[in-house]
Write a protein of this length. Structure first.
Length: 299
């Protein structure tokens, strides 16, 4: 695959790029092989040219947020991370606009500084704003759908468009972005005024719940499986006697059965073998087909 055109564009715009880049340290699971080329796009103009070149030259690509929900083996094309101006956060009254590459927790912290409520449930989710919208991330009874109003994007034709929340098809861990070749640039959210002490109390309470119940001390992709209808994946896994089940360096967390963790030295194959064993066992014993929440990349 010829990446010379992408390298020239990156040079022209001052974007970092590197061939045969290992992605393990770019994911929260700390697992990953090489991609054909890794790029850090620092501006909308640079990103537009990078995407145009990929499309015109048949180079597959995907946008990498903070890798918090990603299990990757390898990717032959371009992996693009949004940095620079994509990390900017701006407030106007109760409206916050954040670049797709901004840390979700950083936006939550800024909302607290501005005495704005609505993001407390998202605090502690280790993802980017763009990734959170892509997955309609949520926890503790709230989700991105509750606060998102619009998003600026580069569409399939390379045009910059604004999508209203009503066009995003936001539902449980799903959005229109998984079905269209659209790149999120920034997200606009509407929050509400509240006392800062009240917001902080809620954020601290939910963060403590995460520490108490989730295996934050180990690399993971967060919740491995989506919540099945009329039940919880963790409960089903535990009832099947799979808590602590291990394949190589991958293990069903002994603290929270909904998490597959990297105990140390886990490989892509270890995790996938354990995931398939969990899915097969739960289907056989409970009649429930579990669906992965993490994104799996191997191409």
């Amino acid at each position: 695959m010829d990446f010379s055109g992408l390298e020239k564009i990156c040079g022209d715009f001052g974007c970092l790029c590197e061939r045969d880049y290992n992605l393990a340290h770019k994911t929260s699971m700390k697992i990953g092989g090489e991609c054909g080329i890794y790029i850090e796009a620092i501006s909308e103009k640079a990103l537009a040219e990078i995407l145009r070149s990929c499309r015109e030259n048949g180079i597959p690509y995907f946008i990498l947020g903070r890798g918090s929900n990603l299990l990757i083996k390898r990717f032959s094309g371009a992996v693009i991370t949004l940095t620079g101006e994509f990390s900017e956060i701006a407030f106007e009254n109760n409206i916050v606009t954040a670049g797709a590459g901004a840390s979700l927790s950083a936006v939550c912290a800024k909302a607290l500084e501005n005495s704005l409520s609505g993001m407390e449930c998202l605090y502690g989710i280790p993802g980017s704003v763009g990734g959170a919208l892509f997955m309609n991330a949520g926890a503790y009874g709230g989700e991105m759908k509750d606060i998102v109003r619009s998003a600026r994007c580069i569409d399939e034709r390379g045009d910059i468009v604004v999508l209203d929340a009503s066009e995003m098809e936001l539902s449980y861990r799903k959005s229109v972005f998984s079905k269209r070749d659209v790149c999120i640039l920034s997200v606009t959210m509407e929050l509400c005024d509240a006392p800062r002490s009240q917001i902080k109390e809620k954020m601290d309470e939910l963060m403590q719940k995460r520490r108490d119940k989730q295996p934050l001390e180990f690399p993971s992709c967060g919740s491995t499986f989506k919540r099945p209808q009329n039940g919880f994946a963790a409960a089903l896994i535990e009832e099947c006697g799979l808590k602590g089940c291990t394949v190589g360096g991958a293990q069903v967390s002994e603290k929270h059965s909904g998490f597959v963790i990297n105990r140390g030295g886990a490989t892509f194959s270890d995790v996938m073998a354990l995931v398939e064993h969990i899915k097969r066992t739960v289907l056989e014993q409970k009649g429930v087909e579990l669906e992965c929440e993490m994104l799996i990349v191997d191409r």
